[in-house]
Design a protein around this ligand. Structure first.
Ligand code: C2E
Ligand code: MG
Ligand code: MG
Ligand code: MG
Length: 282
C-alpha cells in the first residue's frame, strides 16, 4: 500500500513509534541497575571559557551512561525518559554527589574550579533537595560558590508552589542559578526575571549558524543585549569555530562553551587540559 495514503502511513509510523517506545522502555528498565554497576555511569566535564581572555572559568558536569550491551547511550536519549520516572531523583542525587566529590578532590589538589550541574524540573519538587545538596557540600568541604545549578527554561516555566520554594531556597543558600537552553522555551526574559537566576545560557540552536545567517547574528545580538540589560551574565553554548567565538566576544558575550574550546572530558583529562592552557598563557 502507498505510504502516503491514510491507513498505510499511520501503520508505518505507529510501528516505528512502537519500536522506539519498546527500546526506550527496555533501556529505562536497565538504567535502574546502572547505579549499582561500577563504571556504567560517569560524569564528564566541559570547560567554560571567558571569551575575552580564553581562560577556563568553570566546567559543566554532563552525565554519561555506558550500557553493558548497547554501549554509550546519549543523554538526549535517556535523560528525557528517566525524567518521566521517579528514577530522576536518584539520578540527580548521583550526579550531585559525584560532581561535588570531584570539586572537593580538585580543590584539595589545588585546582579551584566552579562546576555547574544540570537539574531536572521534577527535582524541584523534592522538598529536601537544597538540604541534601548543602550536606553534600559540607561532607566534601566545598564552598557553595563553586556549585552552579542549571535549569532549562522550560523547567523554570513549569512553576509550582513547591518548585518556586525550592528554587528560592537554593538561591538563598548561595547557589548560582543559570537558565539553560535559553531561547528554546518561548518564554520571555521579562517573565524569567522574577526568578533568582543570574546567568543565561543561550542555546546552541541560536549559535550554530551565526557565521552564515545574518538573521541569526541579529537575533543573538539582541538576546545578548537584552539579557545584559536585565543584569544577567551571558554564556553562549555550542561554539564550534573561532569566528563564532570572535563574533560573540565582539557582541559583549562574556563566556562560552563549545567544541572549539574543549569537548566534555574525564576529570583527569580536564585537569591536564587546564594546566596546559595555564602554562601556555603564562
Ligand atoms: P545541556 O545541559 O544544554 O548541555 C550541553 C550539551 O551540548 C552537551 O550535550 C554538550 O556535550 C553539547 N555541546 C557542547 N558544546 C558543543 C558544541 O560545540 N557543539 C555541539 N553540537 N554540542 C555541544 P550532552 O552531554 O549530550 O547532553 C545533552 C543534554 O542532556 C544536556 O544539555 C542536558 O539537558 C542533559 N543532561 C546531560 N547531563 C545531565 C545530567 O547530569 N542531569 C540532567 N538532568 N540532564 C543532563
Ligand atoms: Mg546544561
Ligand atoms: Mg544547554
Ligand atoms: Mg541542552
Amino acid at each position: 500500500q502507498d505510504a502516503r495514503t491514510g491507513d498505510g502511513a499511520i501503520n508505518i509510523f505507529s510501528a516505528a513509534a512502537d519500536g522506539r517506545h519498546h527500546r526506550r522502555l527496555a533501556l529505562i528498565e536497565s538504567f535502574g541497575s546502572a547505579f549499582d554497576s561500577p563504571g556504567e555511569l560517569r560524569l564528564v566535564y566541559q570547560p567554560r571559557i571567558a571569551l575575552a581572555t580564553g581562560a577556563c572559568v568553570g566546567a559543566e558536569a554532563l552525565l554519561r551512561w555506558h550500557h553493558p550491551a548497547h554501549g554509550e547511550v546519549p543523554p538526549a536519549e535517556f535523560i528525557p525518559a528517566v525524567e518521566r520516572t521517579s528514577l530522576i531523583a536518584r539520578t540527580t542525587d548521583w550526579v550531585m554527589r559525584a560532581a561535588v566529590a570531584q570539586v572537593g578532590a580538585w580543590r584539595r589538589a589545588g585546582l579551584v574550579l566552579p562546576v555547574s550541574l544540570n537539574i531536572s524540573a521534577a527535582n524541584l519538587d523534592e522538598p529536601d533537595l537544597p538540604h541534601r545538596l548543602e550536606r553534600c557540600l559540607r561532607a566534601h568541604d566545598v564552598p557553595v560558590e563553586l556549585i552552579e545549578i542549571e535549569l532549562t527554561e522550560s523547567a523554570l516555566m513549569a512553576e509550582t508552589a513547591q518548585s518556586t520554594a525550592c528554587l528560592a531556597a537554593l538561591a538563598a543558600a548561595g547557589f548560582r542559578i543559570a537558565i539553560d537552553d535559553f531561547g528554546t522555551g518561548y518564554s520571555s526574559l521579562a517573565y524569567l526575571q522574577r526568578l533568582p537566576a543570574r546567568i543565561v545560557k543561550i542555546d546552541r540552536a541560536f549559535v550554530a549558524d551565526i557565521e552564515t545567517r545574518e538573521a541569526d547574528r541579529r537575533l543573538i545580538r539582541s538576546m545578548i543585549r537584552l539579557a545584559q540589560d536585565l543584569g544577567y551574565e551571558v554564556v553562549a553554548e555550542g561554539i564550534e569555530t573561532m569566528a563564532v567565538a570572535a563574533f560573540l566576544r565582539e557582541q559583549g558575550c562574556e563566556q562560552g562553551q563549545g567544541y572549539v574550546f574543549g569537548r566534555p572530558m574525564a576529570p583527569d583529562a580536564l585537569r591536564a587540559w587546564i594546566e596546559a592552557e595555564r602554562r601556555a598563557a603564562a
